[in-house]
Design a protein around this ligand. Sequence first.
Ligand code: A3P
Length: 312
Amino acid sequence: MSKQRKTFITLVEKAMADAEEMAPEDLVFSYKGILYPSTVCSPEAFKALESFEARSDDVFLAGYPKSGTNWVGQILTDLVATSRKNNEGTRSLDDDELEEFPYLEVGDAEKYQRMADLPSRRVIFTHLTPQKLPASVFMNKAKILLLIRNPKDVATSFYHFANRLSPLPSYKTWGDFFTAFMNGEMVFGSYFDYIFEWNKHTDDANVMTITYEELKENRALGVKRISEFFELQLTDEEIQGVVDRSSFQAMKENSEKTHGAFGNVLFRKGGVSDWKNIFNEDDNQKMDATFEEQLGGTKLGEKLKYKVYCKA
Ligand code: A3P
C-alpha cells in the first residue's frame, strides 16, 4: 500500500475511533460561521491554512461533500501519477516520500509546512468554497476542477453517510436531516451557498466544471476532458486504464486497500436518482422551490440540469 493510502486510512480510522468516545455535541465545531468535523479539522489548522502557498501547477479538485470527490479524486490522482511516470527527469513520488491526506482542510496545523516540500504536481482536494480557500490558490492561478452533483442525490447520499459514519452527527429521521440540509446546518456548510459561491468562478480560465451525472453518463469522455484541462500527456491506452480503474465496481472492490473500513460506508450505490427512494412530495416541493430561488438562472444551476435529474 502506498504511503498516501496509509496516511488516508490511518487518519480516517482514528477519527472513527475517537468519535465513538465523544459526546454528539462535540463532533462538530463552528469556524467563521461554518460547521466542521472536530475529529479531523481544527481552528489552528484553519489559521495555518491562510499562509498555504498554492502553485500554478497544483491540481485542485473542489466539490461539496457527497458529490463524488473520492471518485474524481482517484481519477485525478491516477492521471497525474500515470503522466508522472512518463516524464523522465521529474521527481517521482515513491512510497517512502511523505504524502499528505488529500483534503486540504483536513489535518494538523503543521501540514502546510510539510506540503511545501512535496514535489509537483500536488493533487489537492477540497470541500471549501472559493472565499474560504487561501488567497494564493487564485493569485497563483492553480487549476481547479469543480465537481458538482444534483442536490437531491447529494442530500440522499449525505443522509446515509452521516448515519453510518461516527465522526458526523447522526439523525433520528430523514425529516430531521432534510431540515438541517435545507437550513445549511451541515459540515462544510450549505449546498446552495456552495454552488452560489463557486458560480462566481465559472468563467475563470483556470476552473473547469464537471457534473457527477455527466461522468456517470460517459466516464471515458470525462476522464479525457479532465486530462486535457490539466495538460497531462497520456496515451489513449493510459487514459483507458484510468477509466477502467475508476468504475464504481472497480473502486468498491479495491476499497479495502484504498479506504480501509471507511470504504464500506463510502461506496454505497454510486448511481443517479436514488433520491426517489427517500424524498416525499413535500420534500420535493421544498427542494424545487429553494433551488429555483437560490440557484435558478445561474450557470451552475443550468449545468446541474435540475429538470432532468431532480423533477419527480
Ligand atoms: P452514493 O452515496 O449516492 O452512493 P464523496 O466521495 O464526495 O463523499 O461522494 C460519495 C458518493 O460518490 C457516494 O454516492 C459514492 O457511492 C459515490 N461514488 C464513489 N465512487 C464512485 C464511482 N466510482 N462511480 C460513481 N459513484 C461513486
